[in-house]
Design a protein around this ligand. Structure first.
Ligand SMILES: O=C(O)C(=O)C[C@@H](O)[C@H](O)COP(=O)(O)O
Length: 294
């Protein structure tokens, strides 16, 4: 059964600290609404902006709600990533994950392979590759993943389903998730293992329903919902999806997740008004379809 995994938003207070109470409330709501796992310290969680201590703090807070956690530890200091991987032994979680070392240009492939192999050597849990070429500038594709040879799974954020299917083709034992919200119906129809969907932060009901409809082979209904979801994703990107996620969660789920962490700035009042105006009609359709309550 393919899963919906939420790369959980990290709420911040006005003085830029992690808001533990808001994070707890959000994690509880997601699990209650049928989300299978939570991906902590991902892109949507503004992972690259978090210190190692903050990454661990996020894990502790979410762990008090569920142990269905993939704990992202990666960064540009491999010692920190290794330390976090080792510290995760105290938590009975699904696994750890890491994106590739970002920013540094023209890194030799052998160094990228070494980075992940060193993480695998120390990890007390299964290790998941988080592949996001647009964000990191590195494509740890299926062939390289096979050469690294120690991944339990991969989250492949790329809107190219062949690229993602290749992981399953070359590494049949790996769990393969798409990191794209726009491929939920597709993934559920292709035998892959699910989606890590940023939009499931604000619409867990919709993302879970798309998956279920596709699994029941109700493809027309699944695509109808998928396309409504896609419209919201597109609207969120106009204003910056990482900032818009906070506004959309408040709008669709009814609770405030505080602020993002600069340089991911909060939307201003006018941007927020325009975003809501773009999605309010979709919300009405979701209520009509009984996916959302009034
Ligand atoms: O936030 C994460 O850790 C995710 O997996 C989702 C992530 O791949 C990202 O939100 C995808 O956004 P785009 O499709 O690049 O707009």
């Amino acid at each position: 059964m393919p899963e919906i995994v939420t790369p959980i938003i990290t709420p911040f207070t006005k003085d830029n600290r992690i808001d533990k109470d808001k994070l707890t409330l959000h994690a509880e709501n997601l699990i209650r609404k049928g989300i299978d796992k939570l991906f902590v310290n991902g892109t949507t969680g503004l992972g690259p902006s978090l210190s190692p201590e903050e990454k661990l703090e996020n894990l502790k807070v979410v762990y008090d709600v569920t142990n269905k956690i993939i704990f992202q530890v990666g960064g540009l200091n491999l010692d920190d990533a290794i330390r976090l991987a080792k510290l995760s032994k105290d938590f009975d979680i699904v696994g750890i994950a890491s994106y590739a070392p970002y920013y540094y240009p023209r890194m030799p492939e052998r160094h990228l392979i070494k980075y992940f192999k060193m993480l695998c050597e120390v990890s007390p849990h299964p290790v998941y590759l988080y592949n996001y070429p647009t964000a990191t500038g590195k494509d740890i594709d299926a062939k390289i993943a096979k050469e690294i040879g120690c991944f339990a799974g991969v989250k492949d954020t790329i809107e190219n389903i062949i690229h993602t299917l290749d992981y399953k083709r070359l590494n049949p034992n790996m769990l393969v998730y798409s990191g794209s919200d726009m491929l939920i119906a597709t993934v559920a129809s292709t035998g892959l293992d699910g989606n890590v969907a940023a939009g499931s932060n604000y619409l867990p009901e919709v993302t879970v329903s798309i998956k279920k409809l596709a699994m029941e082979r109700k493809i027309d209904e699944a695509l109808k919902l998928q396309f409504l979801h896609d419209e919201i994703i597109e609207a969120s990107r106009i204003f910056g999806s990482l900032s818009s996620n906070y506004v959309l969660t408040k709008y669709f789920q009814g609770y405030d997740l505080g602020n993002p962490r600069p340089p991911i700035f909060p939307l201003d009042e006018e941007e927020e008004r325009q975003l809501i105006k773009k999605v309010e009609g979709i919300r009405a359709k979701l209520v009509e379809l009984k996916i959302l309550k009034e």
